[in-house]
Design a binder for this molecule. Structure first.
Ligand SMILES: NC(=O)C1=CN([C@@H]2O[C@H](COP(=O)(O)OP(=O)(O)OC[C@H]3O[C@@H](n4cnc5c(N)ncnc54)[C@H](OP(=O)(O)O)[C@@H]3O)[C@@H](O)[C@H]2O)C=CC1
Ligand SMILES: O=C(O)C1=N[C@H](C(=O)O)C[C@H](O)C1
Length: 255
């Protein structure tokens, strides 16, 4: 047993945070520190050795899309459960993680594009509404220090909406655009247009705009503070050891 483990109060889950000096990582460190049933045993950031997190039972990753796969590979190989908020998870990446987990069936990984409870509900409501409207577009708005566009949340929402539209037999949304300045109509994610706005003062916001004859429906979610993600992160940290394999999204945990 290491010195760090010896310090952990009896029964507390040992948690390591990757990206610990980042905006989200620092908030997660505070949240873990403030929870009686969790103990922060490692705070790892750029330049630190991953092995510093070896005494953790659960690692939380809020780093960057270019390093998160290496981090996950390490966690799974070490038998450390992982809760991941970092974006950039394509279908191919999720398959890769499932492949690694097949060799370690005792390990659990939760990957969620958004840990905000309201954001999870916004995505569920959007998926439910999708079959009833011929038009849909997504507008996400974030702080200007965000590295990726569109956001992981918007990409995930677009995929859910596209799947619901396909199941309902809906074709492409009507759009007569012939002349377009590149980018004016947003990114095409599985046939759904996604527009990304970046502005100082914003944190994380999203609207899903649906339209049909004579009416529109707008489903909107706003995160004004990173504390909004913490109940979801802690929920996943507490649940992941009992969920071997890959869990994508918080939906299953909320239910
Ligand atoms: N799922 C969700 O609910 C949420 C997800 N996110 C996502 O989380 C990610 C992080 O966001 P945010 O906190 O704003 O970003 P930050 O840039 O503030 O934080 C990322 C941190 O990770 C560090 N880092 C880079 N490489 C490594 C490495 N190899 N090992 C350990 N740490 C490393 C960075 O260091 P350095 O700066 O020196 O490179 C930085 O401190 C993004 O993908 C974002 O989209 C954000 C909010 C909510
Ligand atoms: O970078 C952020 O800030 C956020 N990233 C996640 C995303 O890309 O969806 C979640 C939330 O939108 C905040």
């Amino acid at each position: 047993m290491t010195d760090e483990q010896e310090k952990v109060p009896g029964g507390a889950v040992r948690v390591g945070v990757l990206g610990a000096r980042g905006r989200m990582g620092a908030e997660v460190c505070r949240a873990v520190d403030g929870a009686d049933d969790l103990a922060l045993v490692a705070a790892v950031d750029q330049g630190d050795e991953l092995s510093a997190a070896a005494s953790a039972e659960v690692v939380v990753d809020f780093t960057t899309p270019d390093v998160v796969m290496d981090n996950l590979r390490w966690c799974i190989d070490q038998g450390v459960h992982a809760v991941v908020g970092t974006t950039g998870f394509t279908g191919q990446r999720l398959e890769q993680v499932r492949g690694w987990l097949a060799a370690r069936p005792d390990v659990g990984v939760v990957i969620a594009p958004n840990f905000g409870i309201g954001a999870v509900l916004m995505m569920q409501f959007a998926a439910r509404a999708a079959r009833h409207f011929e038009s849909v577009e997504i507008i996400e708005q974030h702080h200007p220090r965000k590295l990726d566009a569109p956001s992981g949340t918007a990409t995930h929402t677009a995929r859910l909406v596209a799947q619901a539209r396909a199941e309902a037999g809906l074709g492409p949304a009507p759009d007569a655009t012939k002349d377009e300045v590149p980018g004016a109509r947003g990114a095409d994610i599985d046939g759904v247009r996604v527009h990304a706005v970046r502005a100082t003062g914003l944190l994380a916001h999203q609207e899903v705009l649906f339209g049909t004859l004579g009416e529109t429906l707008t489903i909107r979610h706003d995160s004004y503070d990173r504390v909004s993600f913490m109940p979801g992160v802690l929920l996943a940290v507490r649940a992941v050891r009992q969920r071997p394999g890959l869990t994508v999204g918080l939906d299953a945990l909320l239910d």
